[in-house]
Design a binder for this molecule. Structure first.
Ligand SMILES: C[S@@+](CC[C@H](N)C(=O)[O-])C[C@H]1O[C@@H](n2cnc3c(N)ncnc32)[C@H](O)[C@@H]1O
Length: 279
């Protein structure tokens, strides 16, 4: 087991990149790099809590832990460009309330960007891992004033309080990690949607949810999964598949990531191609 295997949950709860994971309580998750675009189900979120990477060093280390390098699209100014993507995602979902955790270095930046989306922006002093010296901040954006007494609480307690206090039907988390937000929602009988770069970290979340009786269901077969399965049947990488069938790589990524749906005739053609190969 390597340092970054997170207790081997991924062996018990395998997660493939970019596949839609539908859960028994109506929630949806995906191991997805948000710089590749958001799955459509993220728009179900009417509130967001996200503890995203806090700076470039932190961002790089999460990519390393996920066994990948930084994507080319954010190489020039990694944290700045990642933050552009994150705030574009929030702007597209436009939840009624958005909470973002951040360290001191980029607190001002986070407040500024939040202020471009919401008319009311404030922040709470917080800590992480329940250690008084681990200081961080939870920035809140909304269009209606809130009077929560979250100042001084640990991030984990703030997440639990938000899951209890807020009026919402589905909470979103763009960088789920091992799933504090999902677990807090589940404990309150609420739905959640989320994306996470690292499938092994998301597997930990699935294992924890399983302990609460929330399981994966296999009776949904979204079109994007069909494309992934058919491509895998052919034993082709995305790049090879894209070249062979003359489908732009980006389009293929979007189909497989659930960002857009492939037309029905493409699905039928792919089935034909697959069965030809099997013959
Ligand atoms: C500070 S952790 C979040 C911890 C989380 N609240 C939990 O309960 O474990 C930040 C997370 O952002 C994820 N992340 C980093 N870059 C990402 C990206 N481009 N897309 C999606 N998730 C990303 C990391 O893998 C990491 O799990």
């Amino acid at each position: 087991m390597s340092d970054w295997d997170y207790g081997d949950s991924y062996k018990r709860f395998p997660v493939e990149r970019d596949e839609t994971i539908a859960l028994s309580d109506g929630s949806f998750l995906m191991a997805r790099d948000i710089t590749d675009g958001l799955p459509e189900f993220m728009c179900k979120a009417d509130i967001i809590f996200t503890d995203s990477p806090w700076n470039t060093g932190n961002l790089r280390s999460f990519y390393t832990k996920a066994g990948r390098g930084l994507p080319e699209s954010i190489e020039e100014d990694p944290f700045g460009q990642f933050y552009d993507v994150l705030f574009d995602c929030i702007g597209n979902i436009k939840p009624r309330v958005c909470y973002l955790e951040i360290g001191k270095e980029y607190l001002g930046e986070c407040l500024n960007r939040m202020g471009k989306i919401y008319s009311k922006v404030t922040f709470y002093n917080s800590t992480y891992y329940h250690k008084k010296d681990n200081l961080c901040y939870v920035v809140q954006g909304s269009d209606k004033k809130k009077n929560w007494k979250y100042d001084g609480l640990d991030e984990e307690d703030i997440i639990s309080r938000i899951a209890e206090d807020e009026d919402y039907s589905c909470i979103g988390d763009l960088c789920m990690g091992r799933g504090l937000v999902a677990l807090a929602a589940a404990k309150n009988g609420k739905k959640f949607v989320g994306t996470e770069l690292n499938p092994k970290r998301l597997a930990v979340c699935l294992e924890r949810l399983n302990g609460l009786g929330i399981t994966r269901i296999d009776n949904t077969d979204p079109p994007e999964n069909k494309v992934t399965r058919l491509r895998n049947n052919l034993g082709l990488s995305r790049a090879a598949f894209s070249r062979k069938y003359n489908i732009p790589l980006r389009t293929l990524e979007n189909w497989e990531g659930g960002v857009t749906s492939p037309p029905d005739y493409v699905i039928s053609l792919l089935y034909q191609v697959t069965s030809m190969k099997n013959d």
